[in-house]
Ligand binder design. Structure first.
Ligand SMILES: [Zn+2]
Length: 64
């Protein structure tokens, strides 16, 4: 069964696990990721020098 989270940018459901999880997770698409990063670049989010979102690592037990 597909678990989803709303995309932080556009609120579309984004698949969480396995093949339904996009490379752009937690965003539904590169466009949304770019938009969110743009928000950071605009200074609407201010944490200089930090990773914006940690890369999804392999710490979960998804099927790979
Ligand atoms: Zn989105």
């Amino acid at each position: 069964m597909a678990q989803t989270l709303p995309c932080p940018q556009c609120k579309r459901p984004v698949g969480l696990a396995g093949t339904s999880r996009p490379a752009t997770f937690p965003f539904c698409s590169g466009r949304c990721r770019t938009l969110d990063l743009g928000a950071w670049a605009d200074g609407r989010h201010v944490i200089a020098g930090k990773t914006l979102f940690p890369e999804p690592d392999d710490g979960d037990d998804a099927d790979r």
